[in-house]
Design a protein around this ligand. Structure first.
Ligand code: WTA
Length: 570
């Protein structure tokens, strides 16, 4: 196969020789770079913030926050104090103790970061939620995790079914007009002490709980532990190429694992200046942020790059983006056209990275020193053993498509699926972690993504489970049955498409489609609402009554539907 190579320059010679790095990588050497290597005392928030404040970097900017014209900056010392204050509020007023699940449900703001770090200082397990979630999505996650405390804003508060959640003891509200039954964050924060004794933890103690979607069942709670920081740190160095003077911007929300592993942990473990941009996407706001804050490293996603590409090249020239030196992408296949466009407008390569909520950190990457093959996800992170395997766990030779898998044992691997051991176990064939993606590896060891093996939908970089949407759809009084698939889309990768059969007495009208779409949007989340709805008399089902999404997909793509032997045809 002929591929176009985008060559490495020696401008950023991080890990000059990939093969050497692989040969010599040793996780325990990486561990020696942490204070806990000697003390045995772990705390992610301490390693991210306090350690730098205490080691001569107190005056360095840790966080730039920008939202439209609003801008604020905090040094490591200020962030240490701000997170101490937040920790005191959570401990003294909300009664948070080590191991409690503390959820954060708010739009990106400095307070989100103060309270997330504050909760970590107490040793709580943080559950970050997308601000787009509506009541059902919020309820399912709080219920499953027995969350004790949630931190939110007045706008989002109505979506939390406080009275139906017996484990939820306290609601902390960041904003004005907080009712007496809740904790007024701003008021308590004002008077809280800026000193706090960090709770020292064990390396296997909980850190963060990210809910993510599979193709069946409710979203699952993926638990990561303190020890994950080893990989956050080293991938930040190797892959993001973080150096002392970098200003780094990851565009992801902390509701998504990229927004925590690489929007919080990796940059701060490396002591870099971290940029957070609030508000909605627009090319002007994004290019403006790079220009105004002198961003040097930028980590985003294919959908965003495609939208920027669609906005035209002229607009790029209206901004001074000369500070940029390293650009990366994650979440969906990065099209070779986008890499080409990046070369043209930024004169920089876009480095694809592959990983998952479950893996906690980078797995397959393009290091600055590697040549890039447009369309390939790159090679395994040094320290990670990857392979393409068949369904029995046998490794397949080059150029054969199969299951993308990794050998267990990397530090940032999830430690459990909350309250669902069977689900956790189902990820493994022997000691191979099986990703659910299909891929192949070429003769030079580059991995090429082919698709999901299951029905999980990736829309605009977000992972949505068809089951969760189908469950919501059938709650609508007009809906008899629903099957949901991802339909290929040039900008978003995939869009959510629903096939619906209606209950008797309902007419298949455009108004009804609109109403159903709104029902999902307001009940679950905007990104889960089907962009397309098609009414059908009857949906294809197996004899056991399971809707065959595979057949729906074949209808959509005009493909043969494959083996229909299990289909119910009466
Ligand atoms: C997809 C957390 C192609 C893949 C980061 C994976 C990708 C799923 C890439 C995980 C990539 C992620 N190329 N596909 N570079 N990166 N994916 O947990 O299907 O929300 O299994 O992402 O995203 O989704 P998650």
């Amino acid at each position: 196969m002929k591929v176009e190579l985008y060559e490495a320059t020696d401008q950023n010679p991080n890990l000059k020789d990939y093969d050497e790095a692989v040969k010599h990588h040793d996780w325990s050497e990486v561990e020696k770079q942490f204070s806990w290597y000697e003390t045995g005392k772990y705390n992610m928030a301490y390693e991210c913030i306090d350690r730098h404040a205490e080691n001569g970097k107190g005056d360095k900017i840790a966080l730039h926050y920008k939202n439209g014209d609003q801008k604020s900056s905090y040094t490591f010392e200020e962030l240490k104090k701000a997170s101490n204050k937040a920790a005191n509020v959570l401990k003294d007023e909300a009664g948070v103790v080590k191991g409690d699940r503390v959820f954060i449900f708010m739009a990106r703001s400095p307070e989100l970061y103060f309270s997330l770090l504050g909760a970590l200082k107490i040793g709580a397990i943080v559950g970050p939620l997308f601000e787009a979630f509506m009541e059902k999505a919020v309820r399912d996650r709080l219920e499953n995790s027995d969350a004790k405390v949630i931190i939110t804003t007045p706008e989002l508060l109505p979506r939390i079914p406080v009275d139906d959640l017996p484990s939820l003891e306290k609601v902390v509200v960041v904003g004005d007009g907080v009712e007496a039954e809740h904790i007024d964050f701003n008021k308590s924060y004002e008077s809280a002490s800026d000193e706090f004794e960090v709770e020292w933890l064990d390396k296997e103690d909980g850190l963060i709980l990210h809910y993510t979607s599979g193709s069946t069942g409710q979203p699952k709670g993926v638990l990561h532990v303190q020890h994950a920081m080893v990989q956050h740190y080293i991938s930040g160095k190797y892959v993001l190429d973080l150096k002392e003077d970098d200003v780094y911007w990851c565009t992801a929300d902390p509701g998504w694992v990229t927004g925590t592993s690489y929007g919080i942990f990796a940059p701060w473990l490396n002591g870099a200046t971290n940029v957070v941009v609030g508000g909605r996407f627009s090319p002007e706001a994004w290019y403006g942020a790079i220009q105004d804050l002198d961003v040097t490293i930028w980590y985003s996603a294919p959908t965003a790059f495609r939208m920027l590409m669609g906005a035209g090249d002229e607009i790029v020239n209206e901004f001074d983006l000369s500070s940029l030196r390293h650009v990366l992408s994650v979440g969906e296949p990065l099209n070779p056209e986008v890499v080409k466009w990046g070369m043209k407008v930024f004169n920089l390569r876009i480095h694809d990275t592959w990983w998952m909520t479950e893996t906690g950190a980078h797995m397959i990457v393009n290091l600055p020193s590697m040549d890039i093959k447009g369309g390939s996800m790159g090679k395994p992170l040094p320290g990670v053993e990857a392979a393409i395997i068949d369904d029995e766990g046998n490794e397949l030779p080059a150029n054969r498509m199969g299951n993308l898998a990794m050998k267990s044992g990397w530090p940032s691997m999830m430690r459990k699926i909350w309250k669902n051991d069977a689900k956790y176990d189902s990820y493994f064939i022997g000691d191979w972690y099986v990703s659910g993606d299909s891929a192949y590896k070429d003769e030079e060891g580059y991995y090429w993504f082919q698709g999901r093996v299951d029905d999980v939908i990736m829309t605009a970089g977000e992972r949505v489970g068809p089951f969760e949407i189908e469950s919501k759809l059938v709650e609508h009084p007009a809906v008899q049955e629903a099957g949901v698939i991802g339909k290929p889309d040039p900008i978003r990768g995939e869009i959510v498409k629903a096939f619906i059969s209606l209950r008797e007495g309902n007419e298949a009208t455009d108004e009804l489609k609109e109403e159903i779409r709104k029902f999902v949007k307001e009940g679950l989340a905007a990104h889960a609402a089907p962009r397309e709805i098609e009414f059908k008399e009857k949906l294809p089902k197996t004899r056991s009554g399971k809707i065959m999404r595979r057949v729906l997909k074949a209808w959509e793509l005009d493909l043969p539907a494959g083996d229909l032997s299990s289909m119910d045809d009466d």
